[in-house]
Design a protein around this ligand. Structure first.
Ligand code: 13P
Length: 252
């Protein structure tokens, strides 16, 4: 059975005090939930140490993720944070290939492959983001774009590594726009992604969790998560409210 996952990507939001409070609230509210959903939060780098000790202290069910990592293991890379540092600080996951990283920081599939390989070697599970831009969907190239993002990165991994990868489908036109993909659009793409993964990893495709991201909120999560190939969500804006985030988690 594949894992159900709801992950909150806080992006570059919250002060340390706000983030710590948010993590505390989420940790508290997840205590009463059944154990069949993995809850992940991805705060900014500066918050990870404090929130990691908080989650440990509370023996929390919430797992910690980073939003990015360096594409090098260590050394003279000013401003970068390595996968080992993230593992050391208590992260279990790292988001890789978010469209904001691809778009604003020029991260190519080649760079993302390096990051995923490093993350896996450090014992982290990558949450690998794929998704098309609005013009690519309008030109009916969305399947082609997403297939390329999978083939140039995930096809290069070994099966036993692929087993630890989580995929997030985030149509760029739906991120932060309030314009969610319909549940049918999401299901169509998720089923396609599973087929593309299955062409290379036939025995694994059914085990890989594929999350939906892009204006997911309490009002649409039930319908999205009700689809056969939608195994959860990667939540941006709505993950900054503990109440909304928990309502989304309860949507399974
Ligand atoms: P929003 O939920 O704010 O649209 O962001 C989605 C996202 O980018 C999560 O990584």
């Amino acid at each position: 059975m594949r894992k159900k996952i709801v992950a909150g990507n806080w992006k570059m939001n919250t002060s340390i005090a706000e983030g710590t409070l948010l993590a505390k609230q989420i940790s508290f509210l997840t205590k009463e939930l059944e154990a069949n959903v993995e809850v992940i939060i991805a705060p900014p780098f500066t918050h990870l140490a404090g929130i990691s000790s908080l989650l440990k202290q509370e023996a929390s069910k919430v797992s910690l993720s980073a939003q990015n990592c360096a594409d090098q293991l260590s050394g003279a890379y000013t401003g970068e944070v390595s996968v080992k540092m993230l593992e050391d600080i208590g992260c279990k996951y790292v988001i890789i290939g978010h469209s904001e990283r691809r778009e604003y920081y020029g991260e190519t599939n080649a760079i993302l492959l390096k990051k995923i390989e490093l993350a896996l070697s450090a014992g982290l599970s990558p949450i690998y983001c794929v998704g098309e831009k609005l013009n690519e969907r309008e030109e009916n190239r969305h399947f082609e774009v997403v297939a390329e993002q999978i083939k140039e990165v995930l096809y290069m991994l070994k099966g036993f590594d692929m087993n630890r990868v989580v995929v997030a489908y985030e149509p760029v036109w739906a991120i932060g726009t309030g314009k969610t993909a319909t549940s049918d659009q999401a299901e169509e793409m998720h089923a396609y992604i599973r087929r593309v993964i299955g062409n290379k990893f036939p025995t694994l495709a059914d085990e890989i969790s594929i999350l939906y991201g892009g204006s997911c909120k309490p009002s649409n999560a039930v319908e999205l998560f009700g689809k056969e190939n939608v195994d959860g969500g990667l939540i941006g804006g709505a993950s900054l409210s503990a109440q909304d985030f928990i309502a989304i988690i309860k949507s399974f």
